[in-house]
Design a protein around this ligand. Structure first.
Ligand SMILES: CC(C)(COP(=O)(O)OP(=O)(O)OC[C@H]1O[C@@H](n2cnc3c(N)ncnc32)[C@H](O)[C@@H]1OP(=O)(O)O)[C@@H](O)C(=O)NCCC(=O)NCCS
Length: 331
C-alpha cells in the first residue's frame, strides 16, 4: 500500500461515526450525513449478523478516503464509499483505499463484492470502475404501503382472483426438512430470469440462501413455498427489517413451467397477508429495472418506486493474495 504515502487505517469507536457521515452522504449535496441517518445505520450494524469494518486514509479529523465494508453471511462483500471530490475526499487516496481493501479481503475467498450507488453519482462510478468494478444492473427500490389508511387493497382484481384455481395446492414453510426443496426451487427460478442474470452461477446455493437469511431478521415462518399438484411451483422469502415497521421481500421466484399462471400473484398475496398479520406498515424490495415481468406484477399490487441505485460488481482474480496488515492507530 503506497502512492499517497498515507496508510489505510481500520477505525473503531467514535471514528466509525465519521466514516459513516462520509459514506452515507448524498453525492452532490456537499453535506455529511446527518445524525439520524447515522444512528439508524449504527442500529442496523448492531443488530445485523453481518461482520463489518470501517477504514480511512488520512487524519481522523479530515480523512482523504473512507470506506465501510459489510460482510454478510454467504461470502460476499458490500463496499460503501464516499464521493471523490467532495467533503475532503481525494480520488487518488480513495482509489488506493478501495484497492487496499480488495487486496486485503482476497484471502477470504469471497464470491464477489458489490457497491450500490445513485445512478447520477459519476465520481463514484469512475472510482469503482478504476478499481475494477463493472456495472451489474440498475436497481429500483419499490415500496407497498400496508398501513390501514392505504387505499390499495393489496389484492389484484376479482377477475384475477377467480383465475387462481390451483388444484391440490399447499403452502410449505422453510425448515431443515424443506431446505432442499427451497434450494431447488430458487435455482430453477433463475432460468430465463431477468433479475440480475449476470449473478447466476457465481456462488453455490448454500451461500445464496445464507445471504438471503442475513437480510433483516431471519424468520423461517416468513419463507413460503407453494406446491401445486405435489410439485414446488415457486417461493417467496420475507425478512422483517430492524425498524420494526417494514418487511423486505428478499426474493421471489417461480419455476419456468409454472409462470404466467398466477403463481407469482399468489406468492405476493401470501406475502402481503403475512405482513398484515404482523401489523407491518411497509413491504419493500429491490428489483432489476430491466425485469419487466416482475415490475409489471409489483405495479399491479400497488408497489411504487422509492429510489434507484446502480449495482457494481467486482470479482477477485483467482490467484489468492495475502492480507496486508492494517493499522488501528491515527495518522
Ligand atoms: C416475475 C415472476 C415471479 C412472475 O411470476 P408469474 O407466476 O409468471 O406471475 P403471474 O402469472 O402471477 O403474473 C402476474 C403479473 O405479472 C406480470 N407478468 C408476469 N410475467 C410477465 C411477462 N413475461 N411479461 C410481462 N408481464 C408479466 C403481468 O402483469 C401479470 O399479470 P397478468 O397475467 O394479469 O398480465 C416470474 O416471472 C419469475 O419467477 N421470474 C424470475 C425470477 C424473478 O424475476 N423474480 C423477481 C425477483 S425481484
Amino acid at each position: 500500500m503506497s502512492g499517497s504515502g498515507l496508510w489505510p487505517h481500520r477505525v473503531d469507536g467514535a471514528e466509525v461515526t465519521k466514516v459513516l457521515a462520509l459514506v452515507l452522504a448524498e453525492p452532490g449535496a456537499g453535506l455529511r450525513a446527518g445524525p439520524s441517518a447515522i444512528r439508524s445505520f449504527k442500529r442496523y450494524l448492531r443488530q445485523s449478523t453481518s461482520r463489518w469494518e470501517a477504514f480511512r486514509i488520512g487524519g481522523p479529523g479530515s480523512p482523504a478516503a473512507a470506506a465501510l465494508v459489510l460482510l454478510p453471511k454467504g461470502r460476499t462483500m458490500l463496499l460503501m464509499v464516499p464521493t471523490p471530490g467532495e467533503l475532503g475526499i481525494e480520488l487518488t487516496a480513495q482509489l488506493e483505499l478501495v484497492r487496499a481493501i480488495l487486496a486485503a479481503y482476497a484471502a477470504e475467498q469471497l464470491h464477489f463484492a458489490q457497491a450500490l450507488i445513485p445512478p447520477e453519482a459519476s465520481a463514484q462510478k469512475c472510482l469503482l470502475e478504476a478499481a475494477g468494478f463493472r456495472r451489474l444492473a440498475p436497481l429500483v427500490y419499490l415500496q407497498r404501503d400496508l398501513s390501514p389508511q392505504a387505499t390499495h387493497c393489496g389484492q389484484r382484481s376479482s377477475t384475477q382472483e377467480s383465475t387462481l384455481s390451483f388444484a391440490e395446492s399447499e403452502w410449505v414453510t422453510f425448515s431443515a426438512q424443506t431446505y432442499s426443496e427451497f434450494a431447488a426451487t430458487i435455482l430453477a427460478s433463475y432460468e430465463g430470469s431477468r433479475d440480475c442474470p449476470e449473478l447466476a452461477g457465481l456462488r453455490p446455493i448454500e451461500d445464496i440462501l445464507a445471504g438471503h437469511q442475513a437480510a433483516g431478521r431471519f424468520d423461517p415462518g416468513l419463507w413460503q413455498l407453494l406446491r401445486i399438484g405435489g410439485k414446488a411451483a415457486g417461493c417467496v422469502l420475507l425478512a422483517p427489517l430492524f425498524d420494526q415497521l417494514s418487511v423486505e421481500l428478499v426474493y421471489m421466484g417461480v419455476r419456468p413451467e409454472f409462470r404466467r399462471r398466477g403463481v407469482g400473484s399468489a406468492l405476493l398475496r401470501r406475502a402481503i397477508e403475512q405482513c398484515w398479520e404482523r401489523g407491518t406498515r411497509r413491504l419493500t424490495l429491490a428489483v432489476d429495472d430491466r425485469n419487466e415481468p416482475a415490475k409489471q406484477m409489483y405495479g399491479g399490487f400497488g408497489f411504487v418506486p422509492m429510489a434507484r441505485r446502480d449495482a457494481y460488481l467486482y470479482h477477485w482474480p483467482r490467484v489468492s493474495v495475502g492480507r496486508p496488515a492494517t493499522s488501528g492507530s491515527g495518522g
